[in-house]
Design a protein around this ligand. Structure first.
Ligand code: NAD
Ligand code: ZN
Length: 377
């Protein structure tokens, strides 16, 4: 299947700077707003009131996020916050069970809502609890990592891991609102921030050369978490993700574009038992491999492949891959969820700003690309 995606360009940098951006995401059952503004987390209670979130609001957050931002955020809700231990290993059913326990103890009913405040782990776990508690109560996503702000908080996918694999248990449960406050990112460790930035680079490659160029140009200001640099990059990323999920809520076509870099990326995460790479770092290698493959096929100009490689290198160090075997990566891709009827769907960039999906990538081609980016045989 050939898919391509051409969104409207983001505004020119000469336009006066916007202080806030409001997007609307259509779903099969309605629509929800994404509010992006510096300081929006401080006004959370008023925002929840304005979008009609039920009065009994249960914040679900992580201990780390609460340590940094709890004082400001607890004003948004009267109920005792439900604080979860931190880390991907707690993205499991037992943690969802802790949320159910707290909700049941507090007699949370259908006139209750969950406010998820945290990274993608918190958003996915709290979202799954919201999708299933009493067959579904409303959820508001308040993402606090760059990855969550530009990716996981938008789109309605929620879920947890199983000991046998990542994200195997889940649901679609679109939020009633997403409140994005880029100023929350000031406390995020640099490596976590960079990992989120690779997903922004992904959006640039699949959908917007302008976003790609802006990210490269403003890199220092972004790492310094300057609001003037963050707001356009976060909002353009949300706009691209929103546009894609609106057209393909349940991943039958266009949404697969978002998997650019994720085929080899997931395999790299799996063969290193999720310990070596942050997700975005593995995706960075996955994008390099896909670009290499596309350039070898002749569907991507080598200048564009080089521009992507230069951008990724400019962003900072990645964990090493020279001890990892291309053969192991290929084996791991065969167990990927993106294998449909035995065929691996692969997203190839065709330029900086457009991509296509193919299902005829051979193991030899992928091996060649993996060796080219530094893996061993
Ligand atoms: N639902 C989706 O569509 C979707 C999409 C992409 C990724 N995901 C999921 O998202 C998860 C990864 O999310 P993540 O990268 O946000 O990881 P994460 O939620 O583990 O957060 C990373 C770390 O940053 C800390 N943190 C969060 N906000 C902070 C802040 N403002 N200041 C300081 N520290 C902060 C967290 O406590 C955690 O230790 C994965 O489980 C992935 O499967 C889901
Ligand atoms: Zn990703």
């Amino acid at each position: 299947m050939l898919l391509s995606y051409h969104p409207k360009d983001m505004g020119s940098s000469r336009q006066p700077r916007k202080e806030s951006v409001r997007l609307s995401v259509r779903t099969s059952t309605g629509s929800y707003p994404i509010e992006i503004a510096d300081g929006s987390a401080g006004r959370l209670r008023a925002t929840l009131d304005s979008v009609g979130v039920p009065a009994r609001r249960f914040i679900v957050s992580s201990q780390t996020v609460w340590r940094f931002h709890g004082e400001d955020l607890q004003r948004a809700a009267d109920e005792e916050p439900i604080l979860l231990p931190d880390g991907e290993r707690y993205k499991q059913l037992a943690t969802v069970g802790r949320i159910y326990d707290a909700l049941i103890r507090a007699n949370a009913d259908r006139a209750s809502a969950i406010i998820a405040i945290g990274g993608g782990v918190t958003g996915d776990v709290a979202g799954f609890a919201a999708a299933t508690y009493l067959r579904g109560i409303p959820i508001v996503q308040v993402p606090t990592t760059l990855l969550a702000q530009v990716d996981s908080a938008v789109g309605g996918k929620v879920g947890v891991n199983h000991p046998m694999g990542k994200n195997l248990i889940g649901a679609f449960h679109p939020p009633v609102a997403v409140v994005v406050d880029p100023s929350l990112l000031s406390t995020l460790p640099r490596r976590e921030f960079r990992a989120g930035l690779y997903e922004v680079v992904k959006y640039g490659v699949i959908a917007s050369r302008k976003l790609f160029e802006r990210t490269a140009h403003d890199l220092n200001a972004l790492f310094a978490r300057e609001p003037a640099a963050l707001l356009p990059v976060v909002s353009e990323s949300c706009r691209i993700k929103a546009h894609i999920v609106e057209q393909d809520e349940r991943e039958s076509g266009l949404r697969r574009m978002l998997n650019f870099g994720h085929t080899a990326g997931h395999a790299l995460e799996a063969i290193t038992k999720y310990r070596r790479f942050l997700h975005g770092e593995a995706v960075a290698y996955g994008m390099l491999a896909a670009a290499e493959l596309a350039a070898t096929r002749g569907v991507l100009a080598s200048a564009d492949r080089d521009a992507l490689a230069a951008h990724i290198m400019q962003m900072g160090p990645l964990p090493p891959v020279s001890d990892l075997s291309a053969t192991d990566v290929i084996e791991a891709t065969k167990r990927d969820k993106k294998v449909i009827a035995g065929r691996l769907h692969f997203v190839l960039p065709t330029a900086i700003g457009s991509a296509t999906t193919v299902s005829d990538v051979s193991p030899e081609e992928l091996t060649h690309a993996l060796l080219a980016i530094g893996l061993k045989e």
